[in-house]
Design a protein around this ligand. Structure first.
Ligand SMILES: Nc1ncnc2c1ncn2[C@@H]1O[C@H](COP(=O)(O)OP(=O)(O)O)[C@@H](O)[C@H]1O
Ligand SMILES: [Mg+2]
Ligand SMILES: [Zn+2]
Length: 511
Protein backbone atom coordinates (compact mmCIF):
# COMPACT_ATOMS: atom_id res chain seq x y z
CA UNK A 1 0.00 0.00 0.00
CA UNK A 2 1.21 3.48 -0.81
CA UNK A 3 1.13 6.06 1.98
CA UNK A 4 1.96 9.76 1.79
CA UNK A 5 3.34 12.36 4.18
CA UNK A 6 4.31 15.95 3.66
CA UNK A 7 7.55 17.71 4.55
CA UNK A 8 9.57 20.64 3.28
CA UNK A 9 12.90 21.20 1.56
CA UNK A 10 14.93 24.41 1.38
CA UNK A 11 15.79 26.54 -1.59
CA UNK A 12 17.83 29.61 -0.73
CA UNK A 13 16.10 31.04 2.32
CA UNK A 14 12.67 29.65 1.48
CA UNK A 15 10.91 26.37 2.00
CA UNK A 16 9.50 24.17 -0.75
CA UNK A 17 6.79 21.60 0.03
CA UNK A 18 7.91 18.02 -0.56
CA UNK A 19 5.59 15.03 -0.68
CA UNK A 20 6.93 11.70 0.51
CA UNK A 21 5.42 8.48 -0.77
CA UNK A 22 6.30 5.12 0.70
CA UNK A 23 5.36 1.82 -0.84
CA UNK A 24 5.91 -1.51 0.88
CA UNK A 25 5.53 -4.16 -1.78
CA UNK A 26 6.30 -7.79 -2.50
CA UNK A 27 9.96 -8.54 -3.02
CA UNK A 28 13.21 -9.10 -1.27
CA UNK A 29 13.64 -6.84 1.80
CA UNK A 30 15.30 -3.61 0.66
CA UNK A 31 14.92 0.16 0.89
CA UNK A 32 15.24 2.57 -2.02
CA UNK A 33 14.96 6.34 -1.78
CA UNK A 34 14.38 8.11 -5.09
CA UNK A 35 13.82 11.73 -6.12
CA UNK A 36 17.15 13.58 -6.07
CA UNK A 37 18.19 12.86 -2.50
CA UNK A 38 21.67 13.86 -1.32
CA UNK A 39 23.87 11.52 0.72
CA UNK A 40 22.41 12.62 4.07
CA UNK A 41 18.97 11.69 2.79
CA UNK A 42 20.25 8.38 1.41
CA UNK A 43 21.74 7.55 4.80
CA UNK A 44 18.31 8.19 6.18
CA UNK A 45 17.31 4.59 5.55
CA UNK A 46 19.81 3.27 8.08
CA UNK A 47 18.70 5.71 10.74
CA UNK A 48 15.05 5.09 9.98
CA UNK A 49 15.41 1.30 10.19
CA UNK A 50 17.10 1.44 13.61
CA UNK A 51 14.78 4.11 14.93
CA UNK A 52 11.70 2.14 13.90
CA UNK A 53 12.94 -1.07 15.48
CA UNK A 54 14.07 0.71 18.65
CA UNK A 55 10.75 2.49 19.11
CA UNK A 56 8.53 -0.54 19.44
CA UNK A 57 7.56 -0.83 15.75
CA UNK A 58 8.84 -3.24 13.19
CA UNK A 59 10.58 -2.29 10.01
CA UNK A 60 8.75 -4.02 7.12
CA UNK A 61 10.53 -7.12 5.78
CA UNK A 62 9.54 -6.15 2.25
CA UNK A 63 10.70 -4.11 -0.70
CA UNK A 64 10.29 -0.50 0.45
CA UNK A 65 10.39 2.34 -2.08
CA UNK A 66 10.39 5.94 -0.87
CA UNK A 67 9.83 8.71 -3.39
CA UNK A 68 10.45 12.38 -2.67
CA UNK A 69 8.53 14.72 -4.96
CA UNK A 70 8.91 17.03 -6.81
CA UNK A 71 11.99 15.26 -8.11
CA UNK A 72 13.68 18.35 -9.56
CA UNK A 73 14.34 19.90 -6.16
CA UNK A 74 17.53 18.77 -4.53
CA UNK A 75 16.74 17.38 -1.10
CA UNK A 76 19.43 18.03 1.39
CA UNK A 77 19.95 17.13 4.96
CA UNK A 78 18.45 14.80 7.44
CA UNK A 79 15.11 16.43 8.18
CA UNK A 80 13.22 13.92 6.04
CA UNK A 81 13.88 11.09 8.54
CA UNK A 82 10.65 11.71 10.39
CA UNK A 83 8.31 12.10 7.39
CA UNK A 84 9.90 9.06 5.70
CA UNK A 85 9.40 6.99 8.86
CA UNK A 86 5.79 8.07 9.29
CA UNK A 87 5.09 7.22 5.64
CA UNK A 88 6.67 3.76 6.06
CA UNK A 89 4.69 3.11 9.23
CA UNK A 90 1.47 4.04 7.41
CA UNK A 91 2.37 2.04 4.34
CA UNK A 92 3.07 -1.05 6.45
CA UNK A 93 -0.21 -0.73 8.34
CA UNK A 94 1.28 0.36 11.68
CA UNK A 95 -0.30 3.83 11.64
CA UNK A 96 -3.58 4.93 10.09
CA UNK A 97 -2.81 7.28 7.23
CA UNK A 98 -5.74 9.60 7.97
CA UNK A 99 -4.11 10.45 11.31
CA UNK A 100 -1.39 12.30 9.42
CA UNK A 101 -3.66 14.53 7.35
CA UNK A 102 -3.01 18.26 7.54
CA UNK A 103 0.40 17.70 9.13
CA UNK A 104 3.85 18.43 7.95
CA UNK A 105 6.74 16.51 9.47
CA UNK A 106 10.30 17.66 9.98
CA UNK A 107 13.09 16.02 11.95
CA UNK A 108 16.22 13.91 12.05
CA UNK A 109 16.11 10.60 13.89
CA UNK A 110 18.83 9.15 16.07
CA UNK A 111 19.23 5.37 16.04
CA UNK A 112 17.40 5.06 19.35
CA UNK A 113 14.37 6.88 17.97
CA UNK A 114 14.96 10.29 19.50
CA UNK A 115 14.36 13.35 17.34
CA UNK A 116 17.19 15.76 16.72
CA UNK A 117 16.84 19.45 15.89
CA UNK A 118 17.54 20.55 12.32
CA UNK A 119 18.27 23.78 10.48
CA UNK A 120 15.73 25.77 8.50
CA UNK A 121 12.54 24.85 10.38
CA UNK A 122 11.18 28.41 10.37
CA UNK A 123 11.16 28.90 6.58
CA UNK A 124 9.71 25.41 6.19
CA UNK A 125 6.82 26.09 8.54
CA UNK A 126 6.20 29.46 6.87
CA UNK A 127 5.91 27.61 3.55
CA UNK A 128 3.63 24.98 5.11
CA UNK A 129 1.28 27.72 6.33
CA UNK A 130 1.22 29.26 2.85
CA UNK A 131 0.16 25.90 1.45
CA UNK A 132 -2.67 25.41 3.90
CA UNK A 133 -1.10 22.96 6.33
CA UNK A 134 -2.35 23.59 9.83
CA UNK A 135 -0.27 21.27 12.00
CA UNK A 136 3.39 20.38 12.25
CA UNK A 137 5.40 17.85 14.21
CA UNK A 138 8.95 19.08 14.62
CA UNK A 139 11.84 18.19 16.96
CA UNK A 140 11.28 19.71 20.38
CA UNK A 141 14.45 21.78 19.96
CA UNK A 142 12.94 23.55 16.94
CA UNK A 143 9.48 24.11 18.41
CA UNK A 144 10.08 27.72 19.59
CA UNK A 145 11.18 29.03 16.17
CA UNK A 146 8.37 27.09 14.46
CA UNK A 147 5.78 28.53 16.84
CA UNK A 148 6.47 32.01 15.50
CA UNK A 149 4.17 31.06 12.63
CA UNK A 150 0.79 31.58 14.22
CA UNK A 151 -1.29 29.80 11.56
CA UNK A 152 0.24 26.39 12.23
CA UNK A 153 -0.20 24.32 15.41
CA UNK A 154 3.27 23.21 16.48
CA UNK A 155 3.93 19.98 18.35
CA UNK A 156 7.50 19.50 19.51
CA UNK A 157 8.31 15.80 19.87
CA UNK A 158 11.29 14.30 21.68
CA UNK A 159 11.05 10.86 20.06
CA UNK A 160 9.44 8.95 17.25
CA UNK A 161 7.18 7.13 19.74
CA UNK A 162 5.99 10.46 21.12
CA UNK A 163 5.19 11.67 17.61
CA UNK A 164 3.19 8.52 16.82
CA UNK A 165 1.37 8.51 20.17
CA UNK A 166 0.37 12.08 19.44
CA UNK A 167 -0.99 11.20 16.00
CA UNK A 168 -3.04 8.26 17.28
CA UNK A 169 -4.39 10.36 20.10
CA UNK A 170 -2.96 8.01 22.72
CA UNK A 171 -0.79 10.70 24.28
CA UNK A 172 -1.29 14.10 22.69
CA UNK A 173 1.69 16.45 22.87
CA UNK A 174 1.01 19.86 24.28
CA UNK A 175 0.98 22.50 21.56
CA UNK A 176 3.94 24.90 21.69
CA UNK A 177 2.50 28.36 22.02
CA UNK A 178 4.73 31.30 21.89
CA UNK A 179 4.94 33.45 24.91
CA UNK A 180 5.33 36.96 23.50
CA UNK A 181 8.04 37.53 26.09
CA UNK A 182 10.09 34.73 24.55
CA UNK A 183 10.03 36.63 21.32
CA UNK A 184 11.93 39.45 22.85
CA UNK A 185 14.28 37.41 24.99
CA UNK A 186 17.02 38.13 22.61
CA UNK A 187 16.47 41.85 22.43
CA UNK A 188 18.68 42.49 25.41
CA UNK A 189 21.46 40.31 24.18
CA UNK A 190 23.07 43.19 22.29
CA UNK A 191 26.71 43.92 22.37
CA UNK A 192 27.05 46.81 24.79
CA UNK A 193 25.87 50.39 24.87
CA UNK A 194 27.40 53.61 23.57
CA UNK A 195 27.46 54.76 27.16
CA UNK A 196 30.54 52.53 27.59
CA UNK A 197 32.45 54.54 25.01
CA UNK A 198 34.17 57.45 26.72
CA UNK A 199 34.81 60.64 24.79
CA UNK A 200 34.59 60.06 21.03
CA UNK A 201 31.74 62.57 20.74
CA UNK A 202 32.53 63.29 17.10
CA UNK A 203 32.61 59.61 16.13
CA UNK A 204 29.38 58.96 18.00
CA UNK A 205 27.71 61.86 16.28
CA UNK A 206 28.92 60.61 12.89
CA UNK A 207 27.55 57.14 13.63
CA UNK A 208 24.22 58.68 14.64
CA UNK A 209 24.13 60.42 11.26
CA UNK A 210 25.08 57.17 9.53
CA UNK A 211 22.35 55.17 11.26
CA UNK A 212 19.81 57.94 10.66
CA UNK A 213 20.35 58.08 6.91
CA UNK A 214 21.48 54.50 6.27
CA UNK A 215 24.92 55.69 5.20
CA UNK A 216 27.91 53.37 4.94
CA UNK A 217 30.86 54.42 7.10
CA UNK A 218 34.63 54.15 7.11
CA UNK A 219 36.50 54.67 10.37
CA UNK A 220 40.19 55.48 10.31
CA UNK A 221 42.25 55.31 13.48
CA UNK A 222 45.21 53.82 15.27
CA UNK A 223 45.03 50.37 16.86
CA UNK A 224 43.16 50.51 20.14
CA UNK A 225 41.44 53.80 19.40
CA UNK A 226 38.03 52.15 19.79
CA UNK A 227 36.91 51.50 16.20
CA UNK A 228 35.68 47.98 16.89
CA UNK A 229 33.99 49.10 20.07
CA UNK A 230 32.16 51.85 18.19
CA UNK A 231 31.13 49.62 15.28
CA UNK A 232 29.77 46.81 17.46
CA UNK A 233 27.31 49.12 19.12
CA UNK A 234 25.79 50.39 15.89
CA UNK A 235 22.88 47.89 15.93
CA UNK A 236 21.81 49.38 19.27
CA UNK A 237 20.92 52.69 17.63
CA UNK A 238 19.47 51.50 14.34
CA UNK A 239 15.65 51.46 14.11
CA UNK A 240 14.07 48.40 15.74
CA UNK A 241 13.30 45.54 13.38
CA UNK A 242 9.70 45.19 12.30
CA UNK A 243 8.09 41.77 12.72
CA UNK A 244 8.45 41.10 8.99
CA UNK A 245 12.13 42.01 9.08
CA UNK A 246 12.65 39.83 12.14
CA UNK A 247 11.09 36.88 10.36
CA UNK A 248 13.34 37.41 7.36
CA UNK A 249 16.48 37.60 9.48
CA UNK A 250 15.43 34.61 11.58
CA UNK A 251 14.89 32.53 8.44
CA UNK A 252 18.49 33.17 7.42
CA UNK A 253 19.81 32.19 10.85
CA UNK A 254 17.53 29.16 10.99
CA UNK A 255 18.88 27.86 7.68
CA UNK A 256 22.47 28.53 8.68
CA UNK A 257 22.03 26.74 12.01
CA UNK A 258 22.99 29.93 13.80
CA UNK A 259 19.82 30.49 15.79
CA UNK A 260 20.68 30.79 19.49
CA UNK A 261 19.32 27.85 21.48
CA UNK A 262 15.61 28.21 22.31
CA UNK A 263 15.45 31.45 20.34
CA UNK A 264 12.19 31.93 18.54
CA UNK A 265 12.84 35.15 16.69
CA UNK A 266 15.90 37.29 16.18
CA UNK A 267 14.69 40.71 17.15
CA UNK A 268 17.95 42.63 17.11
CA UNK A 269 19.83 43.73 14.05
CA UNK A 270 22.69 41.40 13.16
CA UNK A 271 26.34 42.38 13.42
CA UNK A 272 28.78 40.35 11.34
CA UNK A 273 32.52 40.88 11.25
CA UNK A 274 34.13 38.42 8.84
CA UNK A 275 37.90 38.16 9.04
CA UNK A 276 39.84 39.82 6.22
CA UNK A 277 40.96 36.43 4.90
CA UNK A 278 37.33 35.55 4.05
CA UNK A 279 36.75 34.14 0.56
CA UNK A 280 34.40 35.58 -2.04
CA UNK A 281 31.98 32.67 -1.67
CA UNK A 282 31.93 32.94 2.11
CA UNK A 283 31.00 36.61 1.75
CA UNK A 284 28.26 36.32 -0.85
CA UNK A 285 27.04 32.80 -0.26
CA UNK A 286 26.81 30.20 -2.96
CA UNK A 287 28.24 26.79 -3.72
CA UNK A 288 26.58 23.73 -5.20
CA UNK A 289 23.81 23.88 -2.63
CA UNK A 290 23.81 27.61 -2.01
CA UNK A 291 24.05 28.73 1.61
CA UNK A 292 23.80 32.28 2.89
CA UNK A 293 27.12 34.11 3.09
CA UNK A 294 28.32 36.77 5.54
CA UNK A 295 26.59 39.59 3.70
CA UNK A 296 23.28 37.71 3.95
CA UNK A 297 23.85 36.93 7.63
CA UNK A 298 24.27 40.69 8.09
CA UNK A 299 20.96 41.37 6.30
CA UNK A 300 19.10 44.28 7.97
CA UNK A 301 22.12 44.83 10.20
CA UNK A 302 25.78 45.75 10.09
CA UNK A 303 28.55 44.19 8.01
CA UNK A 304 31.80 45.23 9.67
CA UNK A 305 34.97 44.97 7.62
CA UNK A 306 37.78 45.44 10.10
CA UNK A 307 41.20 46.13 8.55
CA UNK A 308 39.50 46.99 5.30
CA UNK A 309 42.66 47.31 3.13
CA UNK A 310 43.65 43.74 4.05
CA UNK A 311 40.57 42.10 2.51
CA UNK A 312 41.11 39.92 -0.54
CA UNK A 313 40.45 41.70 -3.79
CA UNK A 314 38.12 38.98 -5.08
CA UNK A 315 36.09 39.13 -1.86
CA UNK A 316 35.75 42.90 -2.11
CA UNK A 317 34.77 42.69 -5.78
CA UNK A 318 32.19 40.00 -5.02
CA UNK A 319 30.61 42.25 -2.41
CA UNK A 320 29.94 45.15 -4.72
CA UNK A 321 26.85 43.89 -6.51
CA UNK A 322 25.00 42.56 -3.42
CA UNK A 323 25.82 45.81 -1.59
CA UNK A 324 24.41 47.82 -4.45
CA UNK A 325 21.26 45.77 -5.02
CA UNK A 326 20.47 44.60 -1.51
CA UNK A 327 20.29 41.01 -2.72
CA UNK A 328 22.44 38.38 -4.35
CA UNK A 329 21.31 35.81 -6.89
CA UNK A 330 22.99 32.45 -7.34
CA UNK A 331 22.28 30.48 -10.50
CA UNK A 332 21.63 26.79 -10.11
CA UNK A 333 20.89 23.94 -12.49
CA UNK A 334 17.18 24.28 -11.80
CA UNK A 335 16.66 27.99 -11.48
CA UNK A 336 18.01 30.67 -9.20
CA UNK A 337 18.24 31.27 -5.49
CA UNK A 338 18.17 34.80 -4.12
CA UNK A 339 19.74 35.81 -0.83
CA UNK A 340 18.82 39.18 0.67
CA UNK A 341 21.76 41.44 1.59
CA UNK A 342 20.43 44.79 2.70
CA UNK A 343 23.22 45.81 5.04
CA UNK A 344 24.88 48.86 6.47
CA UNK A 345 28.58 48.63 5.70
CA UNK A 346 31.04 49.75 8.32
CA UNK A 347 34.70 49.51 7.41
CA UNK A 348 37.66 50.33 9.59
CA UNK A 349 41.33 50.80 8.92
CA UNK A 350 44.57 52.07 10.32
CA UNK A 351 45.71 55.38 8.85
CA UNK A 352 48.92 53.79 7.58
CA UNK A 353 50.91 50.58 7.61
CA UNK A 354 52.42 51.06 11.04
CA UNK A 355 49.12 52.33 12.35
CA UNK A 356 50.13 55.62 13.90
CA UNK A 357 50.02 58.27 11.20
CA UNK A 358 48.37 61.31 12.75
CA UNK A 359 48.38 59.80 16.23
CA UNK A 360 49.47 62.09 19.04
CA UNK A 361 50.73 59.36 21.34
CA UNK A 362 53.13 57.51 19.04
CA UNK A 363 55.26 58.34 16.09
CA UNK A 364 54.49 57.03 12.62
CA UNK A 365 57.38 55.18 11.01
CA UNK A 366 56.02 55.31 7.47
CA UNK A 367 57.31 57.40 4.58
CA UNK A 368 54.87 59.54 2.60
CA UNK A 369 55.04 56.92 -0.14
CA UNK A 370 54.22 54.12 2.33
CA UNK A 371 51.17 56.00 3.53
CA UNK A 372 49.81 56.64 0.06
CA UNK A 373 50.43 53.06 -1.02
CA UNK A 374 48.54 51.83 2.01
CA UNK A 375 45.56 54.03 1.20
CA UNK A 376 45.53 52.96 -2.41
CA UNK A 377 44.99 49.39 -1.32
CA UNK A 378 41.34 50.19 -0.71
CA UNK A 379 39.19 49.68 -3.74
CA UNK A 380 37.96 52.86 -5.42
CA UNK A 381 34.54 51.45 -6.36
CA UNK A 382 33.98 50.33 -2.76
CA UNK A 383 35.02 53.73 -1.47
CA UNK A 384 32.38 55.19 -3.76
CA UNK A 385 29.73 53.40 -1.75
CA UNK A 386 30.85 54.96 1.51
CA UNK A 387 29.21 58.27 2.34
CA UNK A 388 30.90 58.98 5.65
CA UNK A 389 34.57 58.73 6.61
CA UNK A 390 35.77 59.75 10.01
CA UNK A 391 38.95 59.72 11.96
CA UNK A 392 38.80 58.04 15.33
CA UNK A 393 41.56 59.46 17.51
CA UNK A 394 42.76 57.54 20.55
CA UNK A 395 41.10 58.74 23.72
CA UNK A 396 43.59 59.94 26.30
CA UNK A 397 43.87 58.03 29.53
CA UNK A 398 42.70 61.10 31.44
CA UNK A 399 39.47 61.10 29.45
CA UNK A 400 38.94 57.37 29.83
CA UNK A 401 39.10 57.62 33.58
CA UNK A 402 36.71 60.54 34.10
CA UNK A 403 33.15 59.71 34.97
CA UNK A 404 31.67 62.25 32.57
CA UNK A 405 28.29 61.18 31.27
CA UNK A 406 28.28 60.51 27.57
CA UNK A 407 25.49 59.85 25.11
CA UNK A 408 23.84 56.46 25.60
CA UNK A 409 22.51 54.19 22.88
CA UNK A 410 18.98 55.09 23.95
CA UNK A 411 19.60 58.82 23.46
CA UNK A 412 21.21 58.24 20.08
CA UNK A 413 18.48 55.88 18.89
CA UNK A 414 15.77 58.43 19.68
CA UNK A 415 17.40 60.91 17.31
CA UNK A 416 17.81 58.21 14.67
CA UNK A 417 14.16 57.16 14.95
CA UNK A 418 12.92 60.73 14.51
CA UNK A 419 15.05 61.24 11.40
CA UNK A 420 13.95 57.89 9.97
CA UNK A 421 10.29 58.78 10.49
CA UNK A 422 10.78 61.98 8.48
CA UNK A 423 12.44 60.03 5.66
CA UNK A 424 9.78 57.30 5.70
CA UNK A 425 7.10 59.94 5.18
CA UNK A 426 9.04 61.83 2.52
CA UNK A 427 9.96 58.71 0.54
CA UNK A 428 6.73 56.78 1.03
CA UNK A 429 6.14 56.48 -2.73
CA UNK A 430 9.78 55.86 -3.64
CA UNK A 431 11.80 52.72 -4.16
CA UNK A 432 14.21 53.91 -1.47
CA UNK A 433 13.48 54.71 2.14
CA UNK A 434 16.56 56.53 3.40
CA UNK A 435 18.72 59.42 2.26
CA UNK A 436 21.54 57.04 1.40
CA UNK A 437 19.30 55.57 -1.28
CA UNK A 438 18.51 58.90 -3.01
CA UNK A 439 18.86 58.73 -6.79
CA UNK A 440 19.80 61.68 -8.98
CA UNK A 441 16.17 62.75 -9.40
CA UNK A 442 15.64 62.54 -5.65
CA UNK A 443 18.78 64.56 -5.01
CA UNK A 444 17.45 67.30 -7.22
CA UNK A 445 14.07 67.27 -5.58
CA UNK A 446 14.99 66.95 -1.89
CA UNK A 447 18.48 68.38 -1.60
CA UNK A 448 18.01 71.89 -2.92
CA UNK A 449 20.52 74.30 -1.48
CA UNK A 450 19.83 77.92 -0.58
CA UNK A 451 22.23 80.62 -1.68
CA UNK A 452 24.31 80.54 1.46
CA UNK A 453 24.83 76.78 1.63
CA UNK A 454 25.50 76.67 -2.10
CA UNK A 455 28.19 79.30 -1.70
CA UNK A 456 29.74 77.39 1.15
CA UNK A 457 29.88 74.18 -0.81
CA UNK A 458 31.32 75.85 -3.91
CA UNK A 459 33.90 77.51 -1.76
CA UNK A 460 34.94 74.32 -0.09
CA UNK A 461 35.25 72.56 -3.40
CA UNK A 462 37.47 75.26 -4.78
CA UNK A 463 39.64 75.66 -1.72
CA UNK A 464 39.93 72.11 -0.43
CA UNK A 465 39.99 70.48 -3.82
CA UNK A 466 37.25 67.95 -3.01
CA UNK A 467 36.71 65.22 -5.54
CA UNK A 468 33.62 65.22 -7.70
CA UNK A 469 32.40 62.01 -6.11
CA UNK A 470 32.33 63.80 -2.80
CA UNK A 471 29.62 66.16 -4.02
CA UNK A 472 26.57 63.87 -3.97
CA UNK A 473 27.81 62.16 -0.80
CA UNK A 474 27.91 65.52 0.96
CA UNK A 475 24.41 66.38 -0.25
CA UNK A 476 22.95 63.10 0.99
CA UNK A 477 24.65 63.30 4.36
CA UNK A 478 23.65 66.96 4.71
CA UNK A 479 20.04 65.91 4.03
CA UNK A 480 20.29 63.44 6.93
CA UNK A 481 21.82 66.05 9.22
CA UNK A 482 18.97 68.42 8.35
CA UNK A 483 16.48 65.62 9.13
CA UNK A 484 18.14 65.03 12.51
CA UNK A 485 17.68 68.76 13.04
CA UNK A 486 14.05 68.45 11.90
CA UNK A 487 14.77 71.12 9.35
CA UNK A 488 13.00 71.06 6.02
CA UNK A 489 15.79 72.93 4.27
CA UNK A 490 19.43 72.01 4.09
CA UNK A 491 21.21 74.92 5.70
CA UNK A 492 24.83 76.00 5.60
CA UNK A 493 25.52 74.44 9.00
CA UNK A 494 24.28 71.07 7.74
CA UNK A 495 26.57 71.27 4.74
CA UNK A 496 29.45 72.30 6.98
CA UNK A 497 28.97 69.25 9.17
CA UNK A 498 28.65 66.91 6.20
CA UNK A 499 32.00 68.16 4.87
CA UNK A 500 33.57 67.07 8.15
CA UNK A 501 32.71 63.49 7.25
CA UNK A 502 34.84 63.43 4.10
CA UNK A 503 38.20 62.87 5.76
CA UNK A 504 39.70 60.99 2.85
CA UNK A 505 38.82 63.73 0.38
CA UNK A 506 40.49 66.40 2.41
CA UNK A 507 43.70 64.77 3.54
CA UNK A 508 46.68 64.32 1.36
CA UNK A 509 46.07 60.56 1.27
CA UNK A 510 44.44 60.57 -2.10
CA UNK A 511 46.07 63.54 -3.72
N1 LIG B 1 36.63 55.59 24.06
C1 LIG B 1 36.81 54.49 24.79
N2 LIG B 1 36.11 54.30 25.93
C2 LIG B 1 36.28 53.18 26.67
N3 LIG B 1 37.14 52.21 26.35
C3 LIG B 1 37.87 52.33 25.23
C4 LIG B 1 37.73 53.48 24.40
N4 LIG B 1 38.57 53.33 23.35
C5 LIG B 1 39.18 52.15 23.52
N5 LIG B 1 38.77 51.54 24.64
C6 LIG B 1 39.25 50.25 25.16
O1 LIG B 1 40.26 49.78 24.29
C7 LIG B 1 39.95 48.49 23.77
C8 LIG B 1 40.37 48.41 22.33
O2 LIG B 1 39.45 49.10 21.50
P1 LIG B 1 39.08 48.60 20.07
O3 LIG B 1 37.69 49.02 19.81
O4 LIG B 1 39.35 47.15 19.93
O5 LIG B 1 40.09 49.42 19.19
P2 LIG B 1 40.40 49.31 17.64
O6 LIG B 1 39.34 48.47 17.04
O7 LIG B 1 40.37 50.72 17.15
O8 LIG B 1 41.75 48.70 17.54
C9 LIG B 1 38.46 48.36 23.96
O9 LIG B 1 38.06 47.04 24.18
C10 LIG B 1 38.20 49.18 25.20
O10 LIG B 1 38.37 48.43 26.35
MG1 LIG C 1 39.57 46.67 16.02
ZN1 LIG D 1 52.70 54.80 9.88
Amino acid sequence: MIAKTVSCALSGIDGVIVTIEADCCQGLPSVDIVGLPDTAVKESKERVRSAVNNSGFSFPQRKVVVNLAPAYIRKEGSFFDLPITIAILSSSGQLREDYTEGYIFIGELALDGSLRGVNGVLPMVIEAAKNGYTKAIVPEANAPEAAVVSDVEIYGAKTLSEAVAHLTGEAPIEQTRLNPEDLFNYADNLCGDYEDVKGQDIAKRALTVAAAGGHNVLMIGSPGSGKTMLAKRLPTIMPSLTFEESLEVTKIYSISGKLPEKAALITTRPFRDPHHTVSAVAITGGGANPKPGEICLAHKGVLFLDEFPEFRKDAIDAMRQPLEDGSFTVARANGVVTFPSDVMLVASMNPCKCGYYGDTSRECKCSAGDIQRYMHKISGPMLDRIDIHIQVPSVKYSELSVQKKTASSEDMKKAVDRARAIQAERYKDKHYSTNAGLDSKGLEEYCKLDKKSNELLTNVFENLGLSARAYTRILKVARTIADLDESENIEAKHIAEAIQYRTLDKKFWFN
